[in-house]
Write a protein that binds this ligand. Structure first.
Ligand SMILES: Cc1ncc(COP(=O)(O)O)c(C=O)c1O
Length: 603
């Protein structure tokens, strides 16, 4: 956009370029005689604003050019100088409220039934710019400046103007921007996020955007039951998109490369007709918390030209930093989170997000942009093939302001929660692992076949707060009787919540076969490694030893009736304290040693 005409109410049609001429034109547009005393004052102010806008763009250009060469003290100086300019500009707006309010009152208070209009909030919203938390913008609609600006807003070319909160809402945008910063770190300017009303809405939104009729999805075996159902029961349904859904048992790049080649061969006809393969991953995955080698899988998929989606909900950006890799080939194309879980943290709202490269997420209406795919292929993306216009603008699953605010609030503490939960997870996994009748599936245990992937892909090799145990016997140990297991499970409250979901402050347990994964057939359950007594534990913030104390009592009342040694077979009290102490100190030690040094922080 032409910066000199950007502020004009006739920005699209004016013939003027100079600030003063634009200001005179503006006065006339609103019925003001520019030669009147009021008109002259208005024109002078508007002229100054046009010039100020040009200067702001100059500052922007200098910032973009110079930022990377600055040392830290200059960056701090630049930031605070601009921060103060924001207050100055806002102060002008605030001062402007006085004459505007007086004029408004002279019109409004004379008219009947004015209460029904409600307050005219432009007067009072200015100070909200400086609210220390993002403002909850609870409105369906927004005030428009003038027709030519609205036209730009409808074409996605005027970010100041939100139109309708189902599409864009400032609180939700604040969350999306923050999420991109957390997930992409120093590459945040390459990525954009769109928030949805739930994690499932995010998954559905992205798949609806990408998948066309008879495309192919190659998915990792262990995914959330709802995602499985969406793929198999909706996308794969012949009367819907007839998408071919194929599964991969395995965690490595090689496992996926092999399956990709098999699937490409199996669907050679479809691919010859332009159909595409999409790789859908969940890592760490439901219910065992197993980790996929997302970097190697992305590499293998990109080499073959296929896009990669990863649901990274369980890992969070802290534990599972999939976008923070230098090699773009190793980065998935899209990252999904259900905010409902660890990020919001308290289990009081549902929300979700999709993060992707700018060019794939939004392009102003009517435009197209060149895009280099991870494997170097050059393509052109048309505006209507960006996620915003293809899905978001048309469908109605955008996140509302109240929920966005709640997620933002929760996210402030998520890293601290993750650390404590990691300690609790490791402690519990080790204690259960020491019991001869309990099988533990937790990628952080060195004897897990997923251990190396956990070490390679998770932050400091730390596990997410999700794992499973079962009592189906092993070696010469008989399975625990199903009836007493049920009795035992029914006695887990109040120590462990019998609830679905994960990532809450409290620890919750469920039997996937009966709940989250009940949509799966018996064979699909067994392929997913889910047994009748598999118990999924989503670990919270409580002292993990409290669960063991409770579990021993519950087992005494139930399992011991058929297996008398069960409750006695946990490690002894001193060992339990010791495991907790050691795990607690080891994890903190690892984390604190991995923090940047003071010299790094000074740079
Ligand atoms: C890994 C994962 N992804 C996505 C979802 C769906 O998120 P939501 O419940 O916010 O729709 C869930 C829900 O449990 C999940 O566990």
């Amino acid at each position: 956009m032409n910066t000199s005409t950007q502020l004009s109410p006739l920005r699209k049609t004016t013939k003027h370029e100079q600030a003063e001429a634009l200001a005179v034109e503006q006065a006339k547009h609103f019925g003001i005689d520019p030669n009147s005393e009021y008109g002259m004052s208005l024109v002078e102010l508007a002229t100054t604003l046009y010039k100020a806008n040009n200067k702001t763009h100059d500052l922007w250009a200098i910032t973009v050019e110079g930022l990377s060469d600055l040392d830290k003290s200059d960056r701090i100086a630049w930031f605070n100088a601009k921060r103060f300019l924001s207050f100055q500009i806002a102060k002008i707006l605030d001062n402007l409220q006085n004459p505007m309010r007086a004029t408004y009152q002279s019109i409004a208070t004379n008219n009947g039934n004015f209460a029904s209009k409600g307050a005219y909030p432009i007067f009072d919203n200015v100070a909200a710019i400086f609210s220390a938390s993002p403002v909850i913008t609870r409105t369906a609609t927004y005030l428009f400046a003038c027709t030519e600006w609205i036209e730009d807003a409808f074409n996605g070319k005027e970010p100041l103007h939100d139109i309708y909160s189902r599409l864009l809402n400032p609180t939700s945008i604040a969350l999306a921007n923050h999420m991109v910063d957390l997930e992409a770190g120093e590459r945040a300017n390459q990525y954009l996020a769109w928030n949805f009303n739930s994690g499932m809405a995010a998954i559905d939104g992205l798949l609806s955007h990408l998948l066309g009729y008879e495309d192919i999805v190659l998915a990792s075996r262990n995914i959330y039951g709802g995602s499985y159902q969406l793929l198999e029961d909706w996308f794969a349904k012949p009367s819907n998109l007839n998408v071919a859904v194929e599964w991969v048992d395995g965690y490595s790049g090689d496992d996926f490369a092999k399956r990709l080649d098999e699937v490409a061969e199996k669907y050679a006809d479809r691919i010859a007709n332009g159909k595409r393969i999409y790789v859908y991953l969940e890592s760490p995955c439901n219910p065992h918390g197993y980790v996929l080698d997302v970097a190697a899988i992305s590499y293998a998929s990109h080499t073959r030209g296929w896009d990669v989606i990863v649901d990274s909900t369980v890992g969070t950006p802290m534990l599972h930093p999939v976008l923070k890799r230098d090699d773009v080939m190793e980065r998935p194309d899209y990252v999904i989170h259900s905010y409902t879980k660890e990020l919001a943290g308290s289990g009081t709202t549902t929300a979700g997000v999709v993060i992707g490269r700018n060019e794939t997420m939004f392009i102003p209406k009517g435009e197209s942009v060149p895009f280099t795919k991870p494997n170097g292929d050059e393509v052109t993306i048309e505006w209507n093939n960006s996620l915003f216009w293809n899905v978001y603008y048309i469908k109605g699953a955008f996140l509302d302001a109240d929920k966005a605010f709640e997620v933002l609030n929760g996210m402030k503490t998520y890293e601290m929660r993750v650390v404590q939960k990691t300690i609790n997870t490791l402690t519990l996994a080790k204690i259960f692992d020491a019991h001869p009748d309990i099988n533990v599936s937790c990628p952080a245990l060195p004897d897990s076949d997923n251990y190396l992937h956990c070490q390679k892909n998770m932050y400091l090799g730390l596990p997410a707060a999700l794992f499973t145990i079962d009592m189906e016997g092993n070696g010469n140990r008989a399975p625990i009787n199903r009836e007493v297991f049920k009795q035992f499970f029914d006695m887990l409250e109040p120590a462990i919540g019998m609830q679905v979901s994960l990532g809450q402050t409290n620890t919750v347990a469920l039997c996937p076969a009966l709940t989250t994964h009940s949509e799966l057939s018996d064979s699909a359950l067994s392929e997913a490694g889910i047994k009748p007594t598999t118990m999924r534990l989503s670990i919270g913030l409580e002292d993990p030893r409290m669960f063991i104390a409770h579990i021993i009592e519950a087992a005494t009342l139930s399992i011991d009736n058929k297996h008398p040694e069960f409750s006695q077979s946990f490690p002894c009290a001193e060992q339990i304290d010791d495991i907790y102490l050691q795990t607690y100190t080891q994890v903190h030690d690892k984390i604190v040693r991995n923090q940047p040094s003071f010299n790094t922080l000074r740079r």
